[in-house]
Design a protein around this ligand. Structure first.
Ligand SMILES: [Zn+2]
Length: 50
């Protein structure tokens, strides 16, 4: 937990955005990064169904 964005690896400021991806809580720098992770997670979930 060194405080970097899970999407773009830039440093987080004092108000990171928390996103849950694949059951893991991660922090991102902005809403664009949050949306990108959510979309990636959604596409993975669809691809790994039973
Ligand atoms: Zn970011």
């Amino acid at each position: 937990m060194s405080g970097t964005c899970a999407a773009c690896d830039c440093e987080l400021d004092e108000n990171p955005i928390k996103v849950t991806v694949g059951g893991n809580a991660v922090e991102v720098c902005c809403d664009d990064c949050a949306q990108a992770l959510r979309e990636a997670d959604a596409s993975q979930a669809q691809g790994s169904g039973s």
